[in-house]
Structure formats: C-alpha cells, structure tokens
Design a protein around this ligand. Structure first.
Ligand code: SAM
Length: 287
C-alpha cells in the first residue's frame, strides 16, 4: 500500500543503493503495460521509496539487485504482484464524494425498484473497501423502508494487498468518522478491548460484498454485462488518455442501457467517443 512522505524520507539512503534512471524506466514501462498507470519521471523518488520496502522484505541487499531479479533473472514471478501492490495509490474514504450516494438513494434506487429486477452494483477500483462498504450500508438502510429492494455488490481491484484488507473489513476508528452515527451503531462492531481503536464491518454488511481481483486494462472483464451501477472513481487520473477511453468504453459495455457509470470528481470523459450521457457530478447514464 502507499507509503507516507515521512516513511519515504526514512527509507532514503539506507544502504540499499539508488534507483538509477534506466531501472526507473524499466519499472515504469512494466507498470504501464501491466496496469495502465503512467509513472512520470517526477514520481522517481516515490517509486524508489516504495521499492525499498520490497528490497528489505526479500533481503536482496540493493535496489538494482531487486530490479535484476524481476527483469533479468525472471526468478521472482510472484514478486510482480507485490511490485504492482507497492506502486498503486490506494487513497480512499468512507462516504467519499457523498453526492454519489445521495444520487443512488434519491434517483437510481426508486427507478430500479420500479423496473422490478435485482440491482447489480460494481465498485471497480475498490481499494481497501470503503467504497463498497459505504454502498452496502446505504443500500441496507434504504432496504429498511423498502424491503422489496434486492441487490448485489461486486468489488474489485488490481491490488491483492488492498483486497485482503478489504475482506478483513477492520478499519481504524478515525477512518469511519464520515459514517453517520446511526449507521455506525447499526453496522460497525467495536473491539472488546477499548485500547484497540478499530472497528469491523458487521457480518451482515461484509456478506453483501463479493471481492475479486480484476485488472481494468485487461481486454476482457469476467463480469456480467448487465450491471446497473458501476463506480470507477479516482482511478482514471493515473492512466493516459488512450487507456482512460478504453477502460470507460469497456465499463460502459458492462452496463445495461439506462445504467449509471460513476467516476471521481476529477475524472473527465470530455472528448471520448463513448455511449454515455452526462448527468452532472461525474455521473453518466448508458445510452
Ligand atoms: C485512489 S484508489 C480509489 C479508490 C476508490 N474508488 C475511491 O475513490 O475512494 C485507486 C485504486 O485503483 C486501483 N487500480 C490501479 N490500477 C488498476 C487497474 N489497472 N485495474 C484495477 N484497479 C486498479 C488501485 O490499486 C487503487 O486501489
């Protein structure tokens, strides 16, 4: 998972050698083809800091030995998963961009209930789970008054590390502060040990979310093509324009007509040839 700036500084100059430009280019071009993430030269110090952790974990001595073990000797095939984990940025929050959850309850759900089918949600870059668990709490609360609501939630990410954290569903107390008090009381479990400042999602919320590892730059997604709502928030910004458009086009193909694609506030699809109508707040409707 992403390191903090402070951790990066303490990793600096630990006798592990420096990441030279050639090795940085090898890592950057591998990450671009494996994940679509564009690592510009301005990210070199960040990359170096994150790789030091892997070098230490493997006891390889230097950063150049680490790069060679992956790209020259090929004796570390499993390590590419850790490399991808180390170089993805996983920042997320509960109730991030709350207008999207208001849109779900006020506009989308009444419409879907009227249509009479079970509603399929997909959180397509879910990080450690705050987004799909927010959705699970919002939908569960809505269902208290509308027991006829039937729904499923698929949550996916490329990083195995964040998926493991998401499945554990244990979060620091301060991270759930944006969750409304009533929902905290209903859906969060406190530790028996009061000094342990963590909460866990209640089993009825955990059981609503199915996790899978899906790389959105792959040619095909192992996902049904009749999704009602796809969240893909705060991921496209890490891609170049061509990759962004390919991903948006493929996500659109997994929506049923009239379904919604929800992006992050800083993501843009302006100028893309995709079958989506903008509704504002980074919400798009499949034509
Ligand atoms: C900044 S987080 C966004 C989390 C959440 N959607 C939100 O807005 O709070 C971006 C996530 O995208 C994931 N990611 C990066 N490249 C990906 C790819 N090619 N396919 C799927 N997920 C990817 C990262 O692992 C990370 O967890």
């Amino acid at each position: 998972m992403a390191n903090t700036g402070a951790a990066l500084m303490s990793d600096f100059d630990g006798g592990l050698g420096r990441l030279d430009n050639a090795d940085f280019e090898r890592v950057a071009s591998f990450i671009l083809s494996a994940t679509g993430i564009k690592l510009t030269p301005s990210k070199k110090t960040m990359v170096e800091g994150r790789l030091y952790r892997r070098v230490r974990a493997l006891g390889l001595g230097t950063i150049s030995a680490y790069i060679a073990s992956i790209f020259d000797h090929g004796d570390c095939d499993d390590e590419v998963v850790n490399l991808i984990d180390a170089l993805t940025t996983n920042k997320t929050d509960f109730f991030r961009e709350p207008a999207h959850f208001n849109f779900i309850t006020r506009t989308a759900l009444p419409e879907f209930i009227e249509a009479g089918h079970a509603v399929k949600f997909w959180s397509a870059a879910c990080s450690i789970g705050a987004e799909p668990y927010t959705l699970a709490m919002v939908l569960s609360d809505f269902a208290l008054n509308r027991p006829d609501l039937r729904f499923s939630i698929l949550a996916s990410d490329i990083s195995t590390e964040v998926l493991a954290t998401a499945a554990r569903a244990v979060f620091p107390e301060e991270m759930v502060e944006p969750v409304p008090v009533v929902m905290r009381q209903r859906y969060l479990l406190r530790s028996n040990n009061p000094t342990n400042k963590v909460v866990r999602m209640a089993p009825e919320i955990r059981n609503l979310v199915r996790f899978a590892r899906i790389n959105l730059v792959d040619d095909r997604y192992p996902v049904e093509r009749d999704m009602d709502v796809i969240f893909c928030r705060n991921l496209l910004i890490y891609f170049d324009r061509e990759t962004q458009e390919a991903v948006v086009r493929q996500l659109s193909a997994h929506l049923r007509p009239g379904g919604y694609l929800i992006l992050g506030h800083t993501d843009s699809i302006t100028g893309m040839t995709v079958p989506l109508d903008p509704l504002g707040h980074s919400i798009f409707r499949r034509k």
